[in-house]
Design a protein around this ligand. Structure first.
Ligand code: NAD
Length: 548
């Protein structure tokens, strides 16, 4: 609904200092009071049945709750209000009116969300699978539901500690005074999420932003329309729109969204769109966190345990059919071990996925555009003489209608191939050999800094040296993907793979303002440092400078 349409339908009118609800000639009710009515209604509804069935519409929920006021509650379908500017104005007003978001408020929000996710886990898996054509149910539980539940548990456990003002020492010269850091909500947070893990990548930042006491506008991806619609309904039934609201739409809506004056904009997606989002945010001096993509290398050292490496790389690569931001993108390994490793990869693929076509555990490519993009990569590699090994254990015929791509190894590809320049995001794994490990390090360092790096090797000194010599968002050693699951590790990229981080404390801090506070004591030497600068001031200054 457009802004003017919503005004007409609801009677909401913009006014200096806030919005009012006006009713046929009667004076307007300040929107803050009106928002409070909704909040009361919600709380009453939440007590009665914590999360109503997903089929119940928000309009219905709001029109049936009894509200402790003589005035009738206006019937407004906020779920259909898809105007981000209007929703931002509502949230801004609500934020201004709320003096504090207490620990109890935040814990209650997180618990409400946790319970609803658990209750809807199977439904979420079904909705996502609908968007993908086939998305493994187990993968959704493993990579979308479980990490979010763990993140909520971790946040609930540590939130009280994180919220406490942190005392910091003051220098000798300032003694008498005390200092501390106060974590404050930044205000209204915009979250833009991608299609590849459409639930996890929308909810994970939401958890951190709620924990930090903010209000949130979410803009999920248009490429997973069923999941995005589900998110709008799911969150719409859990939270009042002045706390959490969802805006649906494609690049145009995304572009308008990024131009809004949020207090923080959190974007997960491609590097190309991330650049546009940051440009738009710069107009408002809105701080951004960019969680972007890139080409994640796997480096196998001379002493790598090849069987274990093959197992981890196959599972990390084929999760979600390679459509994972931290999926292994390509492998660098010693020349002498190349053929043995190819054999091990082939065995592992067969063990994990004996068939592909009708195997519900083998996920499809999200849409035709991406399917054709990857086919073009393979055609180009073949045309330019690369050796392609298709790992199709049951030798099935996979069609464009299935949108399932057989795992494919590309041996010794030229560096100028598209699949060596672009993020692959599919079950295609280039393998390049090296003679000395320094060549592998140089290969990685010549390219944009990756979101993740995987190292396989036994010798600790060699591992530490490699970690020192390469720069990436995160690292797993002798494993793939796992660092993302450690709640106390900040998760984020560097350079072309992003800026800023979240998860655990890093997420809480991303969405908090760390306000430095100095409290002067009763006795302070500061008065000796004020004009007129007499003998004492001059002596003190001399002493301070000589001590420093
Ligand atoms: P995308 O950049 O195309 O889209 C991300 C979001 O931006 C979506 O909500 C989309 O609607 C919106 N958008 C698209 N075009 C826009 C425009 N011109 N202006 C404003 N908004 C626009 O990314 P995607 O294809 O959905 O996701 C895949 C990419 O995301 C990959 O590169 C992947 O590596 C990356 N990714 C990164 C992480 C991470 O944590 N770093 C996680 C998942 C995915």
């Amino acid at each position: 609904m457009s802004r003017s349409g919503l005004i007409a339908a609801t009677g909401l009118l913009p006014q200096t200092g806030g919005w009012v609800y006006a009713k046929r000639g009667r004076p307007g009710i300040p929107v803050t009071r009106w928002l409070r009515y909704i909040e009361w209604g919600r709380r009453f509804g939440a007590l009665r049945d914590e999360l109503p069935g997903m089929s119940r519409s928000r309009t219905h929920a709001m029109s049936t709750v009894s509200v402790p006021t003589a005035e009738p509650l206006p019937r407004v379908d906020f779920a259909s209000a898809n105007d981000p500017a209007l929703l931002l104005a509502l949230q801004r007003e609500a934020f201004r009116q709320t003096k504090v978001t207490t620990l109890d408020d935040r814990l209650a929000d997180l618990e409400k969300l946790r319970r609803a996710i658990k209750r809807n886990a199977q439904r979420i898996a079904a909705v996502i699978s609908n968007d993908f054509g086939n998305r493994s149910r187990q993968e959704t539980l493993l990579a979308e539901i479980w990490p979010v539940l763990v993140a909520i548990r971790h946040t609930k456990k540590h939130l009280a500690e994180w919220m406490k003002p942190k005392k910091v020492p003051v220098a000798f010269e300032l003694r008498g005074g005390r200092a501390h850091i106060l974590h404050q909500p930044v205000g209204i947070v915009g979250i833009m999420s991608p299609w590849n893990y459409p639930f996890q990548l929308a909810i994970m930042p939401l958890v951190a932003a709620l924990a930090a006491g903010n209000r949130i506008l979410l803009k999920p991806s248009e490429l997973t329309p069923h999941t995005s619609q589900f998110l709008a309904e799911f969150l719409g039934q859990l939270f009042a729109p002045n706390k959490v609201a969802t805006v649906l739409g494609g690049p145009e809506v995304g572009s308008a969204f990024a131009r809004l004056p949020f207090d923080h904009l959190f974007f997960t997606g491609s590097t190309a769109v991330g650049r546009l989002v940051m440009q738009a945010a710069a107009e408002n001096l809105t701080p951004v966190t960019l969680e972007l993509g890139g080409k994640t290398p796997c480096i196998l050292a001379e002493d790598a345990m090849l069987a274990k490496a093959a197992e981890s790389i196959v599972s990390g690569k084929l999760l979600n059919a390679g459509q994972t931001c931290i999926a292994p993108d390509y492998v660098l390994l010693p020349q002498a071990r190349c053929e043995e490793f190819i054999g091990l990869l082939s065995k592992k693929v067969k063990a994990f996925y004996p068939s592909l076509k009708s195997n519900p555990d083998y996920t499809a490519i999200i849409n035709d555009h991406h399917y054709q993009r990857v086919r073009r990569y393979l055609d180009e590699a073949k045309a330019k003489g690369a050796r392609l090994i298709e790992l199709n254990p049951a030798q099935e015929e996979l069609t464009a209608q299935d949108r399932k791509l057989a795992p494919t190894l590309v041996i010794e590809p030229d560096e100028d191939l598209a699949l060596m320049r672009e993020e692959i995001f599919a079950p295609v794994l280039p393998i390049k050999s090296y003679t000395h490990i320094e060549e592998a390090v140089a290969f990685v360092n010549r390219r944009p800094r990756p979101l993740a790096l995987y190292y396989f090797g036994v010798d600790q000194a060699a591992r530490d040296e490699l970690l020192r010599q390469t720069v990436s968002g995160g690292v797993s050693v002798n494993e793939t993907l796992m660092h993302i699951l450690v709640d106390d590790l900040p998760f984020g990229g560097i350079g072309a793979s992003g800026m800023g981080a979240y998860h655990g404390l890093a997420g809480f801090e991303t969405f908090s303002h760390r306000k430095g506070v100095f409290v002067q004591g009763r006795f302070s030497a500061a008065r000796f440092l004020r004009p007129p600068f007499g003998f004492v001031s001059k002596a003190m200054l001399k002493m301070l400078i000589s001590r420093s």
